[in-house]
Unconditional design. Structure first.
Length: 264
């Protein structure tokens, strides 16, 4: 579903990308995101792999907007379930703060998208910032009609699948946490894991899981094992990407570039 979403985004931006090709580069990106710093290195490789089909600009924008789609769903979840967080975790100001931050971030993105042209004119003296505003402006393409529906259903499937996998891991370990707790807390764990200070969120995700599921009554060791198993499942799920990467033209291109530099 992530690959389908990526193909939808590329096409909406004016590119041509088949689902088969999107699936291939998605697996490569998924694998590399597990082994490169911050969990974003695979996204850079994805942009490189599809630049010939889409052109550099659309390739970069597609990859960033694909990642942004997943982030928006996480923010929406945290914001929309604020009443549930308040009722079940009213003694935890941190969880309420995360939910309020998510709501504020969503509102900020919506306002920035609405006033993107105005901001671009006012910020023309900052080239780097205008590129960011241009990406935010792209989100207008996905706010209505068929483009919105495609983004919603693919992103929701990906989002709910992540929660389901985490819940199945927990239940297999016999954790005494309800499915409602998994539905509320797992997206917050994913949000915390996005903090770019580790390899693929390792360590940060585990600390977040121990803290959040501890509030729901799970012991620290069980919460830690859940998070580690989820990370390992991501590595296994992305393993086809290693095969695709080895069979792609990228390794050959890297070797040819190295040979040319050696000759010089």
């Amino acid at each position: 579903m992530s690959a389908v979403r990526f193909a939808y985004i590329a096409r909406e931006l004016g590119g041509q990308l088949s689902v088969h090709r999107a699936l291939r580069v998605h697996f490569i990106g998924l694998w590399l995101n597990q082994v490169l710093p911050t969990g974003l290195g695979g996204d850079v490789v994805k942009a490189v792999l599809v630049r010939h089909e889409l052109g550099g600009s659309i390739a970069i924008r597609s990859v960033i907007l694909d990642r942004l789609s997943g982030l928006i769903i996480l923010l929406m979840h945290a914001a929309l379930f604020l009443p549930a967080y308040w009722m079940m975790f009213s003694n935890s100001k941190s969880i309420i703060s995360i939910s309020l931050f998510a709501a504020a971030a969503l509102m900020g993105l919506l306002l920035a998208s609405h006033y993107a042209n105005w901001l671009r004119l006012r910020m023309a003296w900052l080239p780097g910032l205008t590129h960011v505003i241009g990406l935010i402006d792209d989100t207008k393409l996905f706010r209505t009609g068929d483009a919105l529906r495609k983004q919603l259903w693919t992103s929701l499937v990906v989002h709910l699948s992540g929660i389901a996998v985490y819940a199945m891991i927990g239940k297999s370990l016999g954790v005494s946490v309800t499915l409602i707790h998994f539905a509320l807390l797992t997206p917050l764990v994913f949000l915390i894991a996005l903090i770019p200070v580790s390899f693929a969120g390792w360590g940060v995700r585990e600390l977040g899981a121990i803290w959040l599921f501890g509030l729901a009554g799970a012991s620290a060791d069980i919460a830690l094992v859940m998070s580690i198993l989820f990370g390992l499942i991501l590595i296994v799920a992305g393993s086809p990407g290693l095969l695709f990467l080895l069979s792609s033209s990228m390794p050959q291109n890297c070797r040819r570039t190295a040979d040319r530099l050696t000759e010089k």
